[in-house]
Design a protein around this ligand. Structure first.
Ligand code: ZN
Length: 105
């Protein structure tokens, strides 16, 4: 399972991924940034320190870089630059979005 196309729409703030099995993921920048998989952001999410000032999340896309053939690195302007988003993680996020959408409706 691999993407055949990745498109970032900065106006809509949505990352669209077309997969080789025909699935299409539409992932809002806000979700991608909030769920940054790097060690630092993971730590902040899992062990929030009440005395620490949480860095504001950035939802402005700066760059997307390929990482081998299994992931992309997404850099957020003024925010985290270290997130490596594997194909599995992006698909997981898609399923998460789909589940919460079906609960709303
Ligand atoms: Zn991060």
């Amino acid at each position: 399972m691999r993407p055949t196309q990745i498109t970032a729409d900065k106006t809509k703030a949505v990352l669209t991924i077309t997969w080789d099995d025909g699935e299409i993921s539409e992932l809002p920048f806000a979700l991608l940034s909030d769920l940054c998989p790097c060690a630092t952001c993971n730590e902040e999410r899992n062990n929030p320190d009440p005395l620490k000032i949480i860095r504001p999340r950035s939802y402005e896309l700066e760059a997307i870089n390929p990482v081998g053939n299994y992931a992309i690195n997404i850099m957020w302007k003024g925010g985290c630059r270290f997130g490596i988003y594997s194909w599995e993680y992006l698909r997981e996020m898609t399923n998460l979005l789909r589940r919460s959408a079906s609960q709303d409706g």
